[in-house]
Design a protein around this ligand. Structure first.
Ligand SMILES: *Cc1c(COP(=O)(O)O)cnc(C)c1O
Length: 376
């Protein structure tokens, strides 16, 4: 197939490229009360718990919508109305949690580190010691804004030491980077179908400590986002409260077959790590610079600084790459001009090498002689 006939490869943080098997799982209509569908749903929830070693301590609550819906729902359900949150911010998704708390009218403070700097464990320790009113710590596992990996094990250890609750947005890491609730004790970890687990968009899930959810009745301000209600209804009837995203669930279950066949978190993580290394090495050879040092780079999405060469224009670069069959992602940094290339999804070495060839051809076509960023 030529690139014009083939769908472009999505080098994005989700929705991302899914396999043909996953897409084929959607070629059927299910009744929402169908017993086979209920069984798929129950199996899916069990499998998601197992990924985090959470079968004994946590329950899996699923929810319709994009990732933000499950983040907002978990926060609204678990943080009591008189709770106080400390949000660790180093990018747009941490900022979004603060915005959610503002909407919810829940008290909060935040600690901000620059977009290229992991959250500060020492400061967290001091803040929790100094303010006994803080009930919840909120952290982003992989900050998709930059691709930065936050030290969630250390955050969890400090939070547990001070006997506060931890909520982890692991949206863009879950399934590719290890997160076991025994080594990262937390009340909730949230993710969605369409990131590292390589399903299609339309639902999220939260793994919630059973004891915390049992105490959460009446916290939520919203019926559709009340995960306590969603959980108790699903336990009782095996069904979703409101119209379930049937096709998304079927595709997700099929995507998990492939995830398990690939060796789970270990297998998926190592494919993404290989993708990341191939991509970064190839881009550096052309003169591009990454925002992050390799030690804090998660193998999910990589931020490259925009070349200083005036012939470089992101929209032109994007369009020409898309013509060659590869879709990249704009930058989201507030501090520097940048763009992002994802290495997650149903992609391997062939596709990453193809993307590098496309980048090389594109910068030549644009007449960009030097891919180095300005001395910012
Ligand atoms: C993708 C993502 C979300 C959810 O974003 P949606 O656009 O609502 O799916 C939340 N947090 C992080 C860290 C993400 O990468």
């Amino acid at each position: 197939m030529t690139t014009a006939e083939r769908e472009p490869w999505l080098l994005t943080p989700g929705p991302l490229t899914t396999t043909i098997e996953t897409k084929k799982a959607m070629l059927h209509d299910w009744g929402s009360r169908d017993e086979e569908f209920n069984e798929t749903n129950a199996r899916l929830r069990r499998r998601l718990l197992a990924i985090a070693g959470a079968e004994d301590s946590h329950v899996c609550v699923t929810l319709q919508g994009s990732g933000t819906f499950i983040v907002e729902a978990a926060m609204a359900t678990l943080i009591p109305r008189d709770g106080k949150s400390l949000v660790l911010i180093n990018g747009a998704y941490g900022e979004r949690m603060v915005k959610i708390l503002d909407y919810l009218g829940r008290s909060h403070i935040s600690h901000k580190t620059p977009e290229d700097t992991p959250c500060d464990i020492g400061l967290l320790d001091q803040a929790l010691a100094a303010d006994p009113a803080i009930t919840h710590v909120l952290v982003i596992h992989c900050e998709t804004t930059s691709g930065l990996l936050n030290p969630v094990e250390a955050v969890a250890a400090i939070t547990a030491k001070h006997r506060r609750a931890l909520i982890v947005d692991s949206m863009s890491a879950f399934g590719a980077l290890p997160l076991d609730v025994k080594s990262v004790p937390c009340d909730a970890v949230m993710a969605s179908a369409n990131k590292c687990l390589e399903g299609v968009p339309g639902m999220g899930f939260a793994l919630i400590r059973r004891a915390a959810l049992e105490r959460a009745k009446g916290n939520a301000h919203s019926l559709s986002l009340d995960l306590y209600d969603q959980w108790t209804a699903m336990e009782k009837t095996r069904q979703w409260r409101f119209t379930p995203p049937t096709h998304v669930i079927a595709a997700f279950d099929r995507a998990l077959d492939q995830f398990e066949a690939e060796g789970g978190v270990k297998g998926r993580g190592s494919r993404y790590a290989d993708n990341c290394r191939t991509l970064v090495d190839g881009m550096r050879e052309m003169g591009f610079k990454t925002l992050l040092a390799d030690e804090i780079q998660a193998p999910i999405i990589i931020t490259f600084l925009t070349p200083a060469d005036t012939k470089f224009d992101f929209q032109v670069f994007y369009d020409l790459l898309k013509d060659r069959g590869y879709v990249i992602y704009p930058g989201k940094l507030t501090v520097a001009d940048s763009f992002r290339i994802g290495c997650m999804g149903a992609l391997g070495e062939t596709e990453i090498r193809g993307a590098l060839d496309a980048v090389r051809a594109t910068i030549t076509e644009m007449g960009v002689a030097d891919c180095a960023p300005g001395n910012s």
